[in-house]
Ligand binder design. Structure first.
Ligand SMILES: Nc1ncnc2c1ncn2[C@@H]1O[C@H](COP(=O)(O)OP(=O)(O)O)[C@@H](O)[C@H]1O
Ligand SMILES: [Mg+2]
Length: 257
């Protein structure tokens, strides 16, 4: 029996309308992410990477196409169902950690557990366990601004994994860190996701992050420049645009007359 993909996108399109201007941020993205896979998305600024991640994370809706997360069609779910799905199945790591400034490291990691109904003692134990694994056992009582950038991102990783999510989404998680710290953060995210069995999609410009990929895909102008195909689990597979890109067609921005 085939295990269902954790993410399955079919011909996903997204346009933003700003007055008379339409931006085609996604122009038909088809993609599958399998259980336990670590996928890295690279591509120039404005190519649609964040838009794609936000749709997979149910923070934004596509204009057309199909999007399944853990077998459920997120384009047909109401806000309540989406909140529940997000809470139980998806962990987020952002470029700037997005930790809650008035909560300690421990409380930040506990929060997603408490909001999804885990009892106080169990949530505290799980949060502690995760902070030990990101090597912050000596920083549990610190507020975010009492931590370094790398430490803040390690708390964010612990928080993202707290609920044993099926899926972790990370948008330029090392974008604000120096190379060495970024490499450590990615190493941790990679090994912890593998231990937990969570699938990961990371958007990055960082070649160090790309090295970790089970699967590396490139985005250009709202499209994935990869030939569609099944990923080869366990084998590193690099997919690049093989042909030079056509000249910019005035980008995806159609100007009003
Ligand atoms: N909320 C929005 N409203 C209008 N245009 C947007 C919005 N979000 C993104 N865009 C546009 O969509 C395109 C893709 O953006 P984005 O997904 O942020 O790219 P990336 O993350 O690859 O830099 C860009 O042209 C951007 O200006
Ligand atoms: Mg972006």
């Amino acid at each position: 029996m085939q295990i269902p993909a954790v993410v399955e996108l079919e011909n996903l399109e997204k346009s933003y309308r700003l007055g008379k201007v339409t931006v085609n941020a996604l122009r038909g993205v088809t993609l599958k992410l399998q259980q336990g896979e670590f996928m890295v998305i690279m591509g120039p600024s404005g190519s649609g990477k964040t838009t794609l991640l936000n749709i997979i994370g149910t923070l934004d809706k596509p204009s057309s196409g199909r999007a399944l997360v853990d077998g459920e069609d997120i384009t047909r779910m109401n806000d309540g169902q989406l909140t529940k799905l997000r809470r139980h199945k998806i962990g987020f790591v952002f470029q700037f950690h997005n930790l809650i400034p008035v909560l300690t490291a421990l409380e930040n990691v506990e929060l997603p557990l408490i909001t999804s109904g885990v009892k106080r003692k169990a949530s505290r134990n799980r949060a502690m366990e995760l902070l030990v694994r990101v090597r912050l056992q000596d920083r549990t009582g610190h507020l975010p601004d009492e931590l370094s950038g790398g430490e803040q991102q390690r708390v964010a990783i612990a928080r993202a994994l707290a609920n044993h999510p099926r899926l972790v989404l990370a948008d330029e998680p090392t974008g604000d860190l120096d190379t060495q710290t970024g490499a450590e953060v990615v190493q941790l995210m990679h090994s912890m996701a593998k231990q937990e069995g969570s699938s990961v999609v990371v958007v990055t410009h960082d070649p160090v992050v790309a090295e970790r990929a089970d699967r590396l895909v490139e985005m250009r102008d709202g499209r994935i420049t990869e030939k569609a195909g099944e990923p080869l689990m366990g084998q590193r597979r690099t997919i690049r645009a093989v042909e030079p890109l056509p000249p910019e067609p005035g980008r995806s921005l159609s100007q009003p007359n």
